[in-house]
Design a binder for this molecule. Structure first.
Ligand code: NAD
Ligand code: WQD
Length: 339
């Protein structure tokens, strides 16, 4: 299949690009490079073994640019990664987040529809469950209250696509609710490259390991979890990438609407991650216990059985490989793609 990847230069998009080609598909990337680097696409092309990745630098809110891409290419489906994703920033800049994520998706869906491409896989998030009513979280769990505008955009966009599919049965909509993606391509050539101070746990740990930050702040050790620190379902980004390839089956089968949790089903605490990282990589991670971070929940991990049953997809990598590959990427690229 030929797949349009919006936001395909980013962390998850660039890894998915590689797995798509590996599975015999081709792809075209559209990205405004707001939170990514063209170098990621150069390196992805090297890993795939092609001269260059078909790419247009454009904003998905730019209807003219999107029309141009669709006028010149046939796409069997779109995997829609493009969006702003920093939770804290979304609280400070709600309008920018709502505008980019909502409006960008509206323009994309409209242009897709006009060009007869009605197959979409959407990057949703475990954040739509809010503070989950049941653990492990199944897809049947009710959606919860999102504490930030970023999460609201994911929840609302899911609803937009559910309604669109309901109104027009020609659409196939696959909502993938990612849990906590970490790790990097095993080559260490591509990986997560956050701007400024990382918000997420793993990039913060790797920046401590490389000496860019003095110590990790552990946000709270008084949660009702085995060691008091927050528990999450970390998933290797390469596993997450292969989940997108598997999700194409739901489109091929004309499943209409399909919703899947994409995680490993295992919950690890902050200290589990820190200790595994230190043991596997033989580096020290100094840390200090700080107060809880606003908006955090105690425990979040999924039941990934539905994706296993219906898509034949299960995560292959464990926490050790996630820690190994995150460090391998950071060690080879101390300043990310600017190295
Ligand atoms: P990322 O920031 O690395 O990638 C997103 C890409 O979208 C970037 O390359 C950015 O430049 C591009 N982009 C943003 N707005 C755009 C626009 N208007 N037009 C064109 N390009 C635009 O983030 P990621 O971690 O790869 O996440 C990909 C998707 O998965 C996002 O939608 C994110 O919300 C979602 N998601 C991420 C996580 C996570 O923890 N990383 C978890 C759940 C869901
Ligand atoms: C994990 C754990 C923190 C940083 C976020 C978004 C979610 C999704 C994934 C996009 C928590 C603790 C963290 C640090 C710490 N993204 N922590 N020190 O919050 O589970 O999920 O990213 O959709 O929507 O909310 O991930 O990596 O920020 O935190 O102690 O410096 O690590 O408190 O328990 P989170 P995270």
């Amino acid at each position: 299949m030929n797949i349009l990847l919006t936001g395909g230069a980013g962390f998850i998009g660039s890894h998915t690009l590689i797995e798509l080609y590996k599975a015999g598909h081709t792809a075209f990337v559209i990205d405004n490079l707001y939170n990514s680097d063209r170098e990621a696409l150069r390196r992805a092309a090297q890993i795939i073994g092609i001269d260059e990745v078909p790419f247009m630098k454009a904003d998905i809110r730019d209807r003219k640019a999107l029309n141009e891409v669709f006028d010149h290419h046939h796409f069997d489906a779109c995997i829609h990664f493009a969006g702003l994703k920093a939770v804290g920033e979304s609280v400070a800049k709600p309008l920018e987040y709502y505008e980019n994520n909502m409006n960008g998706t509206f323009v994309l869906l409209d242009v897709m529809r006009k060009h007869g491409c009605k197959n979409i896989i959407f990057s949703s998030s475990a954040t739509v469950y809010g503070d989950p009513a049941v653990i492990p979280i199944t897809e049947d769990c009710p959606k919860g209250h999102c504490t930030n505008p970023y999460g609201q955009t994911k929840s609302m966009l899911e609803q937009v696509m559910i309604d669109l599919q309901k109104a027009d049965g020609e659409w196939n909509v696959v909502l993938l609710r990612y849990f906590n993606p970490i790790g990097a391509h095993p080559s260490g050539r591509i990986g997560e490259n956050p701007n400024g101070i990382p918000n997420n746990l793993m990039p913060y740990i790797t920046q401590v390991a490389i000496g860019r930050r003095e110590r990790l702040n552990v946000f709270g050790n008084d949660y009702p979890t085995p060691d008091g620190t927050g528990v999450r379902d970390y998933i290797h980004v390469v596993d997450l990438a292969t989940a997108h390839v598997a999700a194409l089956q739901a489109i091929i089968r004309h499943q209409g609407l399909a919703i899947y949790n994409i995680g490993t089903g295992h919950g690890y605490s902050v200290l589990d991650v820190v200790n595994t990282f230190m043991r596997v990589n033989k580096v020290d991670i100094p840390y200090v216990i700080m107060p809880r971070r606003a908006g955090d929940i105690a425990t979040c991990y999924c039941d990934p059985q539905k994706a296993a049953r219906e898509l034949g997809w299960t995560a292959q990598y464990g926490l050790e490989e996630m820690c190994r590959d995150s460090w391998n990427w950071q060690r080879q690229n101390p300043n990310g793609y600017q190295s």
